[in-house]
Design a protein around this ligand. Structure first.
Ligand code: CP
Length: 316
C-alpha cells in the first residue's frame, strides 16, 4: 500500500515511509547526498538556504532520544523552521485523534511531518490523511519500519567497508521479531546486494513471516559470528520478558550477548553496530560497546546527515 503513497509517478519521493520498495538507485543517491552533507552536517551556516521558508514538525507519539534530536538538528542545519510536538503534554490527552492533531498542525503551515508511533502502519495512515503538498517521514512505527535508521546504518557500513556490499558477511543478532530497525536494515541490505546476511536469535525472537527470506539462520552465536565483517546488535525489548519469550537477562547475555571473546571469532577488522538505546550487559558488553571496533557513536553522527538528505529530497 505504501508504494503508491511513497512515490510520485515520476519516481521522486512524496513521503518517506519504508525501505521495502526503494530501488537501489534512489537508495544510493540518498546515501551519496548524505555522505556529501556529512562533512557539513555537524554545524556551520552554509547549508541553511536549502529549506529556508519550510516548516518541519517532529510529531512523536513515542519516546526517542536519537531520532527526534537528529531530525531537529538536521532541519535546523538546512534552515527550516522546526518544532517538536510533545504528545505527553498535548490535547491528545483530552481525546483528540492523531489525524485531527496532524490536520491542525498542518493548518499552521507545516510542510513536513516527522512521525514516530507505537502502532504498525500508523504513520502510513497519517500520510494518507495529509494534504497533497505535505510530506510525511516515518521515524519508526511499531515493529514495522524505521527507514532513516536503515539508511544511516548503510552509510555507516559504506564509510568503513566500501560501496560493494557483495563482498560482505553481515550478522544481525538479537530481538529481530520486534525490531523495526531489523526490517529496514534487511530491506536495504538486500537492495544493496549484501553478500551474506546471517541472523541469530532465540526461536522466540525470530519472525515467522517473510522477513528472514534469504537469510542464513543460526541458533548458536559463536557459529553465527565466525568470519563476519559486520555485527549488527539489536536491543532486547525488555517488555518481552514479561511475555516469557526470554527466560532471564543473565541467560540471554550468556547465549546471545556480544562479548569481546565472541567478537574475536569475527574477522579482525569487523565492525560492531547498535541502533541504540543499548541494554549494556544484556545484548552487548561494555568492553565491546566502548571498544575500538564499535561504530555506535559514528552511527549517531551519520543519523544527522542521512536525515538532512531525506528532508532535502522531500522538501528542497
Ligand atoms: N535508534 C533510535 O531510533 O533511537 P531512539 O529511539 O532514541 O530515537
Amino acid at each position: 500500500a505504501h508504494m503508491s503513497l511513497q512515490f510520485f509517478p515520476d519516481g521522486r519521493f512524496k513521503h518517506f515511509l519504508s525501505l521495502e520498495d526503494v530501488p537501489a538507485t534512489a537508495l544510493e543517491s540518498l546515501l551519496n547526498d548524505a555522505q556529501q552533507l556529512r562533512e557539513n552536517a555537524m554545524g556551520g551556516t552554509q547549508l541553511r538556504h536549502h529549506l529556508q521558508g519550510k516548516t518541519v514538525c517532529n510529531l512523536f507519539f513515542e519516546n526517542s532520544t536519537r531520532t527526534r534530536s537528529s531530525f531537529l538538528l538536521a532541519a535546523q542545519r538546512l534552515g527550516a523552521d522546526v518544532f517538536t510536538f510533545d504528545a505527553s503534554t498535548s490535547s491528545g490527552k483530552k481525546g483528540e485523534t492523531d489525524i485531527d492533531t496532524l490536520k491542525n498542525l498542518e493548518a499552521m503551515g507545516v510542510n513536513a511531518f516527522v512521525i514516530r508511533h507505537s502502532e504498525n502502519g500508523a504513520v502510513e495512515k497519517l500520510a494518507a490523511a495529509a494534504n497533497d503538498g505535505t510530506s510525511v517521514i516515518n521515524a519508526g512505527d511499531g515493529r514495522n519500519q524505521h527507514p532513516t535508521q536503515g539508511l544511516l546504518d548503510m552509510l555507516s557500513i559504506r564509510q568503513i567497508k566500501g560501496n560493494d556490499f557483495s563482498k560482505l558477511k553481515i550478522l544481525i543478532a538479537g530481538d529481530i521479531k520486534y525490531s523495526r530497525v531489523a526490517r529496514s536494515d534487511l530491506n536495504a541490505l538486500r537492495t544493496l546486494n549484501a553478500g551474506e546476511i546471517r541472523v541469530c536469535a532465540p526461536a522466540s525472537l525470530l519472525p515467522t513471516d517473510g522477513t528472514l527470506d534469504a537469510c542464513i539462520h543460526y541458533e548458536n552465536f559463536d557459529q553465527a559470528i565466525k568470519n563476519v565483517d559486520v555485527v549488527m546488535m539489536l536491543r532486547l525489548q525488555r517488555e518481552r520478558m514479561e511475555e516469557g519469550l526470554v527466560a532471564s537477562l543473565d541467560g540471554y547475555f550468556q547465549e546471545y550477548g556480544l562479548t569481546q571473546q565472541r567478537l574475536g571469532l569475527a574477522k579482525p577488522d569487523a565492525i560492531v553496530m547498535h541502533p541504540g538505546p543499548m541494554n549494556r550487559g544484556v545484548e552487548i558488553a561494555d568492553e565491546v560497546a566502548d571498544g575500538p571496533q564499535s561504530i555506535i557513536l559514528p552511527q549517531v553522527s551519520n543519523g544527522v546527515a542521512v536525515r538532512m538528505a531525506v528532508l532535502k529530497a522531500l522538501l528542497a
